[in-house]
Design a protein around this ligand. Structure first.
Ligand code: CU
Length: 132
């Protein structure tokens, strides 16, 4: 028969068991939070932009982003960023033809609103606002 079990274990083995488990659990919680943060960051980076004030660039000759998704009641603001003249024309909203400045419209009803620059629609200068 050998020595009693306790005598064969390292002196601090029993004492370190609990802290190791706590440390492990803390690590798991931290990992979980990190994963959630990563998911949130990913969602923020890839999800359509939801929010109160959404912006679209009006450049030569495209709208960027071409499609944005907003909540009902959101205001969309187009900002001219190119050098050529453009406008923003959709059902229920129409800007002047201009080369700089902004145009804003608040979308109060759900739906998909396609719009164009009437000068360059044939060149693909089209956009879409999805209101949910
Ligand atoms: Cu244009």
């Amino acid at each position: 028969m050998g020595p009693p079990l306790a005598a064969r274990m390292p002196a601090d083995a029993a004492g370190t068991t609990r802290p190791m488990i706590v440390t492990h659990l803390r690590h798991r919680v931290a990992s979980g939070l990190a994963a959630l943060a990563a998911i949130a960051a990913f969602a923020a980076a890839t999800a359509p932009a939801w929010g109160a004030a959404q912006r679209v660039r009006v450049s030569d000759d495209r709208f960027g982003p071409r499609t944005i998704r907003v909540h009902k009641g959101a205001k969309v603001k187009w900002r001219w960023a190119g050098s050529d003249a453009h406008n923003v024309v959709g059902k229920g909203f129409r800007s002047r033809v201009k080369t700089q400045g902004t145009f804003a419209h608040r979308f109060t009803r759900r739906g998909t609103y396609r719009y164009v620059c009437t000068l360059h629609a044939d060149d693909g200068m089209v956009g879409r606002i999805v209101v949910r």
